[in-house]
Design a protein around this ligand. Structure first.
Ligand code: COA
Length: 416
Protein backbone atom coordinates (compact mmCIF):
# COMPACT_ATOMS: atom_id res chain seq x y z
CA UNK A 1 0.00 0.00 0.00
CA UNK A 2 1.40 3.43 -0.87
CA UNK A 3 1.57 6.07 1.82
CA UNK A 4 -0.19 9.41 1.25
CA UNK A 5 3.00 11.48 0.88
CA UNK A 6 5.06 8.89 -1.00
CA UNK A 7 6.99 10.56 -3.85
CA UNK A 8 7.34 13.90 -2.01
CA UNK A 9 11.01 14.68 -1.45
CA UNK A 10 11.84 16.98 1.45
CA UNK A 11 15.16 18.65 2.27
CA UNK A 12 15.09 18.75 6.05
CA UNK A 13 17.38 21.58 7.02
CA UNK A 14 15.96 21.71 10.54
CA UNK A 15 17.37 21.33 14.00
CA UNK A 16 16.37 21.26 17.68
CA UNK A 17 12.57 20.77 17.95
CA UNK A 18 10.28 23.11 16.00
CA UNK A 19 11.47 22.13 12.52
CA UNK A 20 12.19 18.44 13.21
CA UNK A 21 8.71 17.92 14.71
CA UNK A 22 7.22 19.16 11.42
CA UNK A 23 9.35 17.03 9.13
CA UNK A 24 8.97 13.93 11.31
CA UNK A 25 5.21 14.18 10.85
CA UNK A 26 5.62 14.37 7.06
CA UNK A 27 8.04 11.42 7.14
CA UNK A 28 5.51 9.31 9.06
CA UNK A 29 3.00 9.97 6.31
CA UNK A 30 5.40 8.72 3.63
CA UNK A 31 7.53 11.66 2.45
CA UNK A 32 11.22 11.02 1.76
CA UNK A 33 12.74 13.33 4.38
CA UNK A 34 16.47 13.92 3.98
CA UNK A 35 17.90 15.48 7.10
CA UNK A 36 20.88 17.68 6.16
CA UNK A 37 23.40 17.99 8.99
CA UNK A 38 26.85 19.45 9.47
CA UNK A 39 29.56 16.74 9.11
CA UNK A 40 31.01 15.61 12.43
CA UNK A 41 28.46 17.44 14.57
CA UNK A 42 24.93 17.08 13.27
CA UNK A 43 21.82 18.39 14.97
CA UNK A 44 22.81 19.70 18.40
CA UNK A 45 20.13 17.53 20.03
CA UNK A 46 22.06 14.36 19.07
CA UNK A 47 24.31 15.09 22.04
CA UNK A 48 22.02 17.11 24.33
CA UNK A 49 20.75 15.38 27.49
CA UNK A 50 22.29 12.03 26.53
CA UNK A 51 21.69 9.13 28.89
CA UNK A 52 23.67 6.46 26.98
CA UNK A 53 27.30 7.27 26.23
CA UNK A 54 28.05 7.74 22.51
CA UNK A 55 24.46 7.05 21.46
CA UNK A 56 22.14 9.73 20.06
CA UNK A 57 20.11 11.39 22.80
CA UNK A 58 16.38 10.74 23.12
CA UNK A 59 15.89 14.44 22.36
CA UNK A 60 17.09 13.65 18.84
CA UNK A 61 15.66 10.15 18.33
CA UNK A 62 12.14 11.18 19.41
CA UNK A 63 11.97 14.00 16.83
CA UNK A 64 13.75 12.49 13.84
CA UNK A 65 12.27 9.05 13.22
CA UNK A 66 11.56 7.79 9.69
CA UNK A 67 14.14 10.20 8.13
CA UNK A 68 17.40 9.74 6.20
CA UNK A 69 20.56 11.60 7.26
CA UNK A 70 22.90 13.33 4.82
CA UNK A 71 25.95 15.13 6.18
CA UNK A 72 26.79 18.21 4.16
CA UNK A 73 28.87 21.30 4.81
CA UNK A 74 26.88 23.84 2.87
CA UNK A 75 29.52 26.50 3.37
CA UNK A 76 32.00 24.70 1.09
CA UNK A 77 31.74 25.08 -2.73
CA UNK A 78 31.26 21.31 -3.12
CA UNK A 79 28.60 21.27 -0.40
CA UNK A 80 26.77 24.14 -2.10
CA UNK A 81 26.83 22.17 -5.35
CA UNK A 82 25.24 19.13 -3.69
CA UNK A 83 22.58 21.31 -2.08
CA UNK A 84 21.89 22.95 -5.46
CA UNK A 85 21.29 19.54 -7.04
CA UNK A 86 19.06 18.51 -4.14
CA UNK A 87 16.99 21.69 -4.47
CA UNK A 88 16.45 21.02 -8.17
CA UNK A 89 15.09 17.55 -7.39
CA UNK A 90 13.02 18.20 -4.28
CA UNK A 91 9.51 19.41 -3.60
CA UNK A 92 9.96 21.04 -0.20
CA UNK A 93 12.79 22.54 1.81
CA UNK A 94 12.18 23.09 5.52
CA UNK A 95 14.49 25.18 7.68
CA UNK A 96 14.54 26.75 11.12
CA UNK A 97 17.91 28.47 11.22
CA UNK A 98 18.46 31.73 12.99
CA UNK A 99 17.28 34.81 11.03
CA UNK A 100 19.22 35.37 7.80
CA UNK A 101 21.33 32.18 7.99
CA UNK A 102 19.97 30.70 4.74
CA UNK A 103 20.63 33.98 2.89
CA UNK A 104 24.17 34.11 4.30
CA UNK A 105 24.68 30.57 3.01
CA UNK A 106 23.85 31.91 -0.46
CA UNK A 107 20.42 30.32 -0.80
CA UNK A 108 18.00 33.23 -0.88
CA UNK A 109 14.33 32.60 -1.67
CA UNK A 110 14.86 34.29 -5.02
CA UNK A 111 17.77 31.98 -5.89
CA UNK A 112 15.89 28.87 -4.71
CA UNK A 113 12.96 29.83 -6.98
CA UNK A 114 15.35 30.24 -9.91
CA UNK A 115 16.72 26.76 -9.27
CA UNK A 116 13.29 25.19 -8.84
CA UNK A 117 10.11 27.24 -9.42
CA UNK A 118 8.06 24.40 -7.91
CA UNK A 119 9.95 24.48 -4.61
CA UNK A 120 8.07 25.07 -1.38
CA UNK A 121 10.37 26.77 1.13
CA UNK A 122 9.03 26.38 4.65
CA UNK A 123 10.59 28.38 7.48
CA UNK A 124 10.22 28.70 11.22
CA UNK A 125 11.47 31.84 12.91
CA UNK A 126 10.90 33.23 16.38
CA UNK A 127 9.04 36.28 15.08
CA UNK A 128 7.41 37.00 11.73
CA UNK A 129 9.11 38.93 8.91
CA UNK A 130 9.01 42.65 9.54
CA UNK A 131 8.32 42.26 13.27
CA UNK A 132 10.38 44.61 15.45
CA UNK A 133 12.01 41.50 16.99
CA UNK A 134 12.60 39.73 13.65
CA UNK A 135 16.36 39.53 14.28
CA UNK A 136 16.00 37.56 17.54
CA UNK A 137 16.98 33.93 17.95
CA UNK A 138 14.27 32.12 19.85
CA UNK A 139 13.76 28.97 21.91
CA UNK A 140 10.59 27.46 23.35
CA UNK A 141 10.12 29.51 26.50
CA UNK A 142 11.01 32.77 24.79
CA UNK A 143 8.11 32.12 22.41
CA UNK A 144 5.74 31.20 25.25
CA UNK A 145 6.51 34.55 26.87
CA UNK A 146 6.15 36.53 23.63
CA UNK A 147 2.98 34.71 22.54
CA UNK A 148 0.87 35.42 25.64
CA UNK A 149 1.03 31.94 27.20
CA UNK A 150 3.32 32.77 30.12
CA UNK A 151 1.48 35.88 31.32
CA UNK A 152 -1.77 33.92 31.49
CA UNK A 153 -0.45 30.63 32.93
CA UNK A 154 0.12 29.84 36.60
CA UNK A 155 -1.40 31.19 39.80
CA UNK A 156 -2.26 34.83 40.47
CA UNK A 157 0.15 35.08 43.39
CA UNK A 158 3.08 33.60 41.43
CA UNK A 159 5.21 34.74 38.48
CA UNK A 160 4.37 34.21 34.78
CA UNK A 161 4.77 30.48 34.13
CA UNK A 162 5.70 28.46 31.08
CA UNK A 163 3.92 25.26 30.15
CA UNK A 164 5.65 21.89 29.86
CA UNK A 165 3.84 21.41 26.55
CA UNK A 166 5.99 22.56 23.62
CA UNK A 167 3.67 25.38 22.57
CA UNK A 168 6.56 27.26 20.97
CA UNK A 169 8.41 24.36 19.37
CA UNK A 170 6.35 21.34 18.34
CA UNK A 171 3.20 23.42 18.06
CA UNK A 172 4.94 25.71 15.56
CA UNK A 173 6.11 22.63 13.68
CA UNK A 174 2.51 21.42 13.42
CA UNK A 175 1.43 24.81 12.05
CA UNK A 176 4.24 24.61 9.51
CA UNK A 177 3.16 21.10 8.44
CA UNK A 178 -0.34 22.43 7.75
CA UNK A 179 1.20 25.25 5.70
CA UNK A 180 3.35 22.83 3.70
CA UNK A 181 0.43 20.50 2.92
CA UNK A 182 -1.65 23.52 1.85
CA UNK A 183 1.14 24.72 -0.46
CA UNK A 184 1.54 21.20 -1.89
CA UNK A 185 -2.18 21.09 -2.64
CA UNK A 186 -1.93 24.45 -4.42
CA UNK A 187 1.16 23.29 -6.33
CA UNK A 188 -0.79 20.29 -7.63
CA UNK A 189 -3.08 22.77 -9.37
CA UNK A 190 -0.62 25.47 -10.46
CA UNK A 191 2.77 23.74 -10.61
CA UNK A 192 4.18 26.65 -8.64
CA UNK A 193 5.88 26.55 -5.28
CA UNK A 194 5.74 29.23 -2.62
CA UNK A 195 7.29 30.35 0.63
CA UNK A 196 5.52 29.25 3.82
CA UNK A 197 6.58 31.04 6.99
CA UNK A 198 5.43 30.42 10.55
CA UNK A 199 6.63 32.28 13.60
CA UNK A 200 6.78 30.77 17.05
CA UNK A 201 5.18 33.84 18.61
CA UNK A 202 2.22 33.62 16.21
CA UNK A 203 1.77 29.89 16.79
CA UNK A 204 1.70 30.33 20.56
CA UNK A 205 -0.77 33.20 20.23
CA UNK A 206 -2.97 31.07 17.98
CA UNK A 207 -3.35 28.64 20.90
CA UNK A 208 -3.90 31.53 23.32
CA UNK A 209 -6.68 33.18 21.35
CA UNK A 210 -9.19 32.67 24.17
CA UNK A 211 -7.00 34.89 26.34
CA UNK A 212 -7.25 37.65 23.73
CA UNK A 213 -11.01 37.05 23.91
CA UNK A 214 -10.78 37.56 27.68
CA UNK A 215 -8.76 40.78 27.36
CA UNK A 216 -11.55 42.32 25.30
CA UNK A 217 -14.25 41.14 27.70
CA UNK A 218 -12.22 42.52 30.61
CA UNK A 219 -11.81 45.87 28.83
CA UNK A 220 -15.59 46.03 28.39
CA UNK A 221 -16.78 44.70 31.76
CA UNK A 222 -13.93 45.08 34.27
CA UNK A 223 -14.29 41.46 35.42
CA UNK A 224 -14.18 37.88 34.07
CA UNK A 225 -16.80 35.72 35.66
CA UNK A 226 -15.11 32.36 35.03
CA UNK A 227 -11.84 33.33 36.76
CA UNK A 228 -11.20 32.46 40.43
CA UNK A 229 -10.83 36.21 41.11
CA UNK A 230 -14.60 36.58 40.57
CA UNK A 231 -16.59 37.65 42.52
CA UNK A 232 -14.51 37.95 45.71
CA UNK A 233 -11.12 39.05 44.34
CA UNK A 234 -9.76 41.99 42.37
CA UNK A 235 -9.14 42.49 38.64
CA UNK A 236 -6.59 44.85 37.12
CA UNK A 237 -6.73 45.91 33.46
CA UNK A 238 -4.91 42.81 32.14
CA UNK A 239 -6.04 39.18 31.89
CA UNK A 240 -4.91 37.56 35.14
CA UNK A 241 -3.46 34.10 35.70
CA UNK A 242 -6.35 31.80 36.48
CA UNK A 243 -4.63 28.82 38.12
CA UNK A 244 -6.46 25.67 37.08
CA UNK A 245 -9.74 27.31 36.16
CA UNK A 246 -11.47 25.87 33.11
CA UNK A 247 -10.93 28.61 30.49
CA UNK A 248 -14.32 28.23 28.78
CA UNK A 249 -17.84 28.52 30.11
CA UNK A 250 -17.56 25.39 32.30
CA UNK A 251 -16.00 25.89 35.75
CA UNK A 252 -13.40 23.26 36.60
CA UNK A 253 -10.51 22.69 38.95
CA UNK A 254 -7.81 20.17 39.86
CA UNK A 255 -9.05 18.32 42.96
CA UNK A 256 -7.24 16.19 45.53
CA UNK A 257 -7.95 12.47 45.71
CA UNK A 258 -6.96 9.72 48.15
CA UNK A 259 -3.19 9.71 48.62
CA UNK A 260 -2.46 13.29 47.54
CA UNK A 261 -0.32 13.80 50.66
CA UNK A 262 2.37 11.49 49.27
CA UNK A 263 1.59 11.17 45.55
CA UNK A 264 2.11 14.46 43.66
CA UNK A 265 -0.34 13.33 40.97
CA UNK A 266 -3.21 11.96 43.08
CA UNK A 267 -5.65 14.45 41.57
CA UNK A 268 -8.45 14.59 39.04
CA UNK A 269 -9.69 17.42 36.86
CA UNK A 270 -13.38 17.95 37.55
CA UNK A 271 -15.65 19.97 35.28
CA UNK A 272 -19.02 21.36 36.33
CA UNK A 273 -20.82 21.29 33.03
CA UNK A 274 -23.85 23.56 33.37
CA UNK A 275 -26.45 21.19 31.97
CA UNK A 276 -25.00 18.25 33.93
CA UNK A 277 -25.74 19.73 37.34
CA UNK A 278 -28.34 17.07 38.21
CA UNK A 279 -26.06 14.08 37.46
CA UNK A 280 -23.23 15.78 39.38
CA UNK A 281 -25.45 16.12 42.44
CA UNK A 282 -26.53 12.49 42.10
CA UNK A 283 -22.91 11.30 41.76
CA UNK A 284 -21.90 13.27 44.85
CA UNK A 285 -24.88 12.11 46.93
CA UNK A 286 -26.29 15.65 47.14
CA UNK A 287 -29.75 15.32 45.52
CA UNK A 288 -31.01 18.30 47.58
CA UNK A 289 -28.80 20.63 45.47
CA UNK A 290 -30.57 19.70 42.22
CA UNK A 291 -33.52 22.06 42.61
CA UNK A 292 -32.15 24.38 45.26
CA UNK A 293 -32.21 27.93 43.78
CA UNK A 294 -28.97 28.65 45.66
CA UNK A 295 -27.26 26.01 43.48
CA UNK A 296 -29.30 25.10 40.42
CA UNK A 297 -27.94 27.72 37.98
CA UNK A 298 -24.37 28.51 37.00
CA UNK A 299 -24.92 32.09 38.14
CA UNK A 300 -26.14 31.00 41.57
CA UNK A 301 -23.16 28.67 42.00
CA UNK A 302 -20.55 31.21 40.97
CA UNK A 303 -19.89 32.87 44.33
CA UNK A 304 -19.61 29.52 46.11
CA UNK A 305 -17.78 27.58 43.42
CA UNK A 306 -14.76 26.95 45.65
CA UNK A 307 -17.05 25.72 48.47
CA UNK A 308 -18.52 23.27 45.94
CA UNK A 309 -15.04 22.15 44.90
CA UNK A 310 -14.13 21.73 48.61
CA UNK A 311 -17.19 19.52 49.06
CA UNK A 312 -16.21 17.42 46.03
CA UNK A 313 -12.71 17.04 47.53
CA UNK A 314 -14.26 15.68 50.73
CA UNK A 315 -16.20 13.19 48.54
CA UNK A 316 -12.92 12.26 46.81
CA UNK A 317 -10.95 11.78 50.06
CA UNK A 318 -11.48 7.99 50.19
CA UNK A 319 -11.24 7.37 46.42
CA UNK A 320 -8.16 7.06 44.23
CA UNK A 321 -8.15 9.17 41.08
CA UNK A 322 -8.95 6.08 39.00
CA UNK A 323 -11.80 4.97 41.28
CA UNK A 324 -13.24 8.48 41.21
CA UNK A 325 -13.20 8.70 37.42
CA UNK A 326 -14.80 5.26 37.18
CA UNK A 327 -17.72 6.51 39.25
CA UNK A 328 -18.02 9.94 37.60
CA UNK A 329 -17.88 8.60 34.04
CA UNK A 330 -21.18 6.75 34.72
CA UNK A 331 -22.78 10.17 35.28
CA UNK A 332 -21.32 11.64 32.07
CA UNK A 333 -19.16 14.13 33.96
CA UNK A 334 -16.17 15.44 31.96
CA UNK A 335 -13.20 14.50 34.14
CA UNK A 336 -9.83 12.73 34.00
CA UNK A 337 -7.11 11.51 36.33
CA UNK A 338 -3.95 13.65 36.38
CA UNK A 339 -1.56 11.16 34.79
CA UNK A 340 2.16 11.09 35.48
CA UNK A 341 4.60 10.41 32.64
CA UNK A 342 5.25 6.99 34.20
CA UNK A 343 1.53 6.17 34.01
CA UNK A 344 1.39 7.43 30.41
CA UNK A 345 4.43 5.31 29.45
CA UNK A 346 2.66 2.19 30.76
CA UNK A 347 -0.89 2.98 29.66
CA UNK A 348 -2.22 -0.03 27.69
CA UNK A 349 -4.66 2.08 25.67
CA UNK A 350 -1.92 4.44 24.47
CA UNK A 351 0.24 1.45 23.49
CA UNK A 352 -2.66 -0.19 21.67
CA UNK A 353 -3.49 2.93 19.66
CA UNK A 354 0.14 3.48 18.62
CA UNK A 355 0.31 6.80 20.45
CA UNK A 356 3.12 5.48 22.66
CA UNK A 357 5.42 3.18 20.68
CA UNK A 358 8.59 1.26 21.38
CA UNK A 359 11.36 1.70 18.82
CA UNK A 360 14.57 -0.27 18.43
CA UNK A 361 17.67 1.86 17.78
CA UNK A 362 21.04 0.37 16.77
CA UNK A 363 22.99 2.27 19.45
CA UNK A 364 20.43 3.39 21.98
CA UNK A 365 18.54 0.11 22.23
CA UNK A 366 14.79 0.11 22.84
CA UNK A 367 13.12 3.40 23.73
CA UNK A 368 9.63 4.84 23.90
CA UNK A 369 8.42 7.64 21.70
CA UNK A 370 5.16 9.33 20.85
CA UNK A 371 3.70 7.98 17.63
CA UNK A 372 1.27 9.76 15.35
CA UNK A 373 -1.56 11.45 17.23
CA UNK A 374 -3.41 11.55 13.90
CA UNK A 375 -5.14 8.27 13.04
CA UNK A 376 -6.23 7.33 9.52
CA UNK A 377 -8.55 4.60 8.31
CA UNK A 378 -6.22 3.82 5.38
CA UNK A 379 -2.79 4.37 6.89
CA UNK A 380 -1.06 2.74 9.80
CA UNK A 381 1.83 4.99 10.82
CA UNK A 382 4.93 2.93 11.46
CA UNK A 383 7.62 4.66 13.50
CA UNK A 384 11.16 3.62 12.59
CA UNK A 385 14.46 4.54 14.27
CA UNK A 386 16.04 7.94 13.65
CA UNK A 387 19.08 7.79 11.36
CA UNK A 388 22.66 7.79 12.62
CA UNK A 389 24.64 10.85 11.60
CA UNK A 390 25.39 10.57 7.88
CA UNK A 391 23.88 7.08 7.66
CA UNK A 392 22.45 7.77 4.21
CA UNK A 393 25.04 10.20 2.82
CA UNK A 394 26.41 7.90 0.12
CA UNK A 395 22.95 6.60 -0.78
CA UNK A 396 21.53 10.13 -1.23
CA UNK A 397 24.56 11.25 -3.26
CA UNK A 398 24.24 8.19 -5.50
CA UNK A 399 20.52 9.02 -5.98
CA UNK A 400 21.64 12.47 -7.13
CA UNK A 401 23.84 10.87 -9.79
CA UNK A 402 27.26 11.11 -8.13
CA UNK A 403 29.69 8.31 -9.06
CA UNK A 404 31.63 6.37 -6.41
CA UNK A 405 34.77 8.40 -7.26
CA UNK A 406 32.93 11.71 -6.95
CA UNK A 407 31.46 10.61 -3.62
CA UNK A 408 34.94 9.69 -2.36
CA UNK A 409 36.22 13.11 -3.47
CA UNK A 410 33.42 14.84 -1.55
CA UNK A 411 34.44 12.90 1.58
CA UNK A 412 38.12 13.83 1.03
CA UNK A 413 37.17 17.50 0.72
CA UNK A 414 35.20 17.16 4.00
CA UNK A 415 32.15 18.55 2.21
CA UNK A 416 30.05 15.56 3.38
N1 COA B 1 26.68 23.40 6.90
C1 COA B 1 27.27 24.58 7.14
N2 COA B 1 26.75 25.48 7.99
C2 COA B 1 25.59 25.18 8.60
C3 COA B 1 24.93 23.96 8.38
C4 COA B 1 25.53 23.03 7.47
N3 COA B 1 24.96 21.86 7.21
N4 COA B 1 23.81 23.95 9.14
C5 COA B 1 23.79 25.11 9.81
N5 COA B 1 24.85 25.85 9.50
C6 COA B 1 25.21 27.19 10.00
C7 COA B 1 24.21 28.25 9.60
O1 COA B 1 24.37 28.61 8.27
C8 COA B 1 24.57 29.36 10.59
O2 COA B 1 25.69 30.06 10.10
P1 COA B 1 25.87 31.66 10.20
O3 COA B 1 25.10 32.13 11.39
O4 COA B 1 27.35 31.81 10.32
O5 COA B 1 25.36 32.25 8.97
C9 COA B 1 25.07 28.59 11.81
O6 COA B 1 25.16 27.23 11.42
C10 COA B 1 24.22 28.72 13.04
O7 COA B 1 22.87 28.51 12.74
P2 COA B 1 21.71 28.97 13.74
O8 COA B 1 20.44 28.41 13.26
O9 COA B 1 21.72 30.46 13.88
O10 COA B 1 22.15 28.22 15.08
P3 COA B 1 22.23 28.69 16.61
O11 COA B 1 22.61 27.48 17.35
O12 COA B 1 23.06 29.88 16.82
O13 COA B 1 20.72 29.11 16.99
C11 COA B 1 18.37 28.74 17.25
C12 COA B 1 19.76 28.12 17.28
C13 COA B 1 17.39 27.61 17.42
C14 COA B 1 18.22 29.73 18.40
C15 COA B 1 18.15 29.45 15.89
O14 COA B 1 18.38 28.52 14.87
C16 COA B 1 16.77 30.05 15.73
O15 COA B 1 16.43 31.08 16.30
N6 COA B 1 15.92 29.43 14.87
C17 COA B 1 14.62 29.94 14.52
C18 COA B 1 13.61 29.66 15.60
C19 COA B 1 13.63 28.23 16.02
O16 COA B 1 13.36 27.35 15.24
N7 COA B 1 13.96 28.02 17.30
C20 COA B 1 14.14 26.68 17.83
C21 COA B 1 12.96 26.07 18.20
S1 COA B 1 13.27 24.44 18.77
Amino acid sequence: MTKPLEGIKIIDFTHVQAGPACTQLLAWFGADVIKVERPGAGDVTRSQLRHVKDADALYFTMLNSNKRSLTLDTKTPQGKEVLTKLIKESDVMVENFGPGALDRMGFTWQYIQELNPGMILASVKGFSDGHHYEDLKVYENVAQCAGGAASTTGFWDGPPTVSAAALGDSNTGMHLAIGILTALHQKNRTGKGQKVAVSMQDSVLNLCRVKLRDQQRLDALGYLEEYPQYPHGEFSDVVPRGGNAGGGGQPGWVLKCKGWETDPNAYIYFTIQGHAWAPICKALGKPEWIDDPAYNTAEARQDKIFDIFAFIESWLADKTKFEAVDILRKFDIPCAPVLSMKEIANDPSLRKSGTVVEVDHPKLGKYLTVGSPIKFSDLTVEVTASPLLGQHTNEVLADLGYSQEEIAALHDAKAV
